[in-house]
Design a protein around this ligand. Sequence first.
Ligand code: HGY
Ligand code: MN
Ligand code: MN
Length: 412
Amino acid sequence: MKPAIDLPRLLAEIDALALHSETPPPAVTRLVFSPEDRAARATLNNLFDQAGLVVRTDAVGNTFARWPGTDPNRPAVATGSHIDAIPNAGKFDGVVGVLGPIEAIRALQAIGFQPAASIDIILFTSEEPTRFGLGCLGSRLLSGRLDPARADALADRNGKTLAAWRTEAGFSGDLASVRLPQGAYGAFVELHIEQGPLLERDGIAIGAVEKIAAPAALRVRLEGEGGHAGAVLMPDRRDASLGAAEVALAVERLVTSLGSPDGVGTSGVFTIRPGAINSVPFEAVLEIDLRDTDHAARQAVEEALRREVEAIATRRKLRFSIETINSDPPALADPGLVSAIEASAAEEGVSCRRMISRAYHDSLFMALLAPITMIFIPCRNGYSHRPDEHTAPEALRDGVAVLARTLARLAS
Ligand code: HGY
Ligand code: MN
Ligand code: MN
């Protein structure tokens, strides 16, 4: 069986989807439920229809495009990813894992393959944390990792809630209905760019993901005393921004000292108020992203950071609060699925290596519902979440061909 991937068609579809963006090419900005996201969803629904797939959406907009199998008693096999994009991102992150499976299914249809188990392509809602501050909303709700009432109350920076956004986008119904039962799928395999430099550096075509790092996110708020930048002398100040600066440096120090070699820490959001050059900041808010493949190490960093925040705030006479946005365990891939990726790569005649994912993905939560693994393809210099994110056409071809073979293997 040799699935023939129509690469020009796939590349054209990737480029067309990239135009549904708030920012001009080569950047892609596509926040969940934005007009651009809704236009991109419409484009995908057309492609699902043209491929003869049966489409349904749930109350949060997760979209399931099914290639019905001949044996309804077999649990379906699933693949999929996200199409929302953070500000000033690239055109491959997530998209490869939604358009790629459509091409994989078309290639299997073209050679007359007929699955016994149904094959679902899942378009997950809001994998990126940009709008609501929490990533993987759709897959968290599917797997029961997020309370539906908490989810609907999540709000963007203007206070507009998920409930309002999803209703406006046409997704209604109780979020509790999104939850899928354990065993809803026999397997879930996500195709994604590596978002790291290893495959390209070593000239490897396919990554078979064994583990997905454990992400945690904290929101630290520090409050001091404002005042006139000229009138308030230094000994009299309680400058919240300086406390936040010490916290950000503590993140770096604690991750490098207590984290595993895979441990990372980022203070990606750092806002101070009032934000005037001649006014002493009375408030600072830090949003901190911590990850590690070693769960215990990440928890040790988290606990040490909480102690440091308290010590810094006490010394600087600042009030403080620490909110846990999320704190998730790592996900282990199913060894049988990892071997299936390796076998498919061997059949396709492309190189393959086992690896971990430092980025999180919807697979992290699908792992709570089904056996999972991921197929990584190289991206140039490992760049991602930036306009020059790029993956070579032949890498796309290899990834989609290995996905097609793997889906056929699992659904036969
Ligand atoms: O942040 C991540 O790991 C993912 O790209 N949302
Ligand atoms: Mn991303
Ligand atoms: Mn992604």
